[in-house]
Design a protein around this ligand. Sequence first.
Ligand code: SF4
Length: 213
Amino acid sequence: MTSKERAVEVLDILEKTYPHARIALDFSNPLELLVATVLSAQCTDVRVNQVTPVLFTRYRTARAYAEADLQELEGLIRSTGFFRNKARALVGAGQVLDEKHGGKVPETIEDLTALPGVGRKTANVILGNAYGIPAMVVDTHVKRVSGRLGWTRHRDPVKIEADLCSLLPRERWTDTSHLLIWHGRGICKALTPQCSICPVAHLCPREGVKRSR
Ligand code: SF4
């Protein structure tokens, strides 16, 4: 079995294990997903989902964020942490969207990463989940689990993204992120990976090494 076939086999198994794996942030359009993803930095998705209903009702367009009163916006997102930086990023992103993109969230990684507060991870979240454009999101879970599975030897997220994209079929990139995140949260945990109940243990070099000792 080649490394690509092995990786696809892992995905097939994880898909059966986590049939409902999807993004955990609530949103109904690309702007809402952009805002939720910016807020999710250093914050749980659960907390973000508690904050966004009021926010999405108060600010419905990019211009609304561009013209937001900074103090009011800060107050609404305070519980997500780093609220001053996040509020500035949302106002800044709203201004660029309004002035350069007609209020629409762009659909390219270059335009997305040019927005204040939007890095490569956030851009890929938007491409994959709001626009259905295959994109590999590398967060802490994807980084850890893909490393343990032997899919990458890098620690730099950009290099990990490149490794995973060359290993896996393009049409599966977005789902790969969801599956590795769910597996990382549920079984392949940071401090205590539960290898004894892991459905892909037989395809994982880390577990294979342990079993051959
Ligand atoms: Fe993670 Fe262990 Fe499963 Fe490998 S066998 S993917 S290290 S839980």
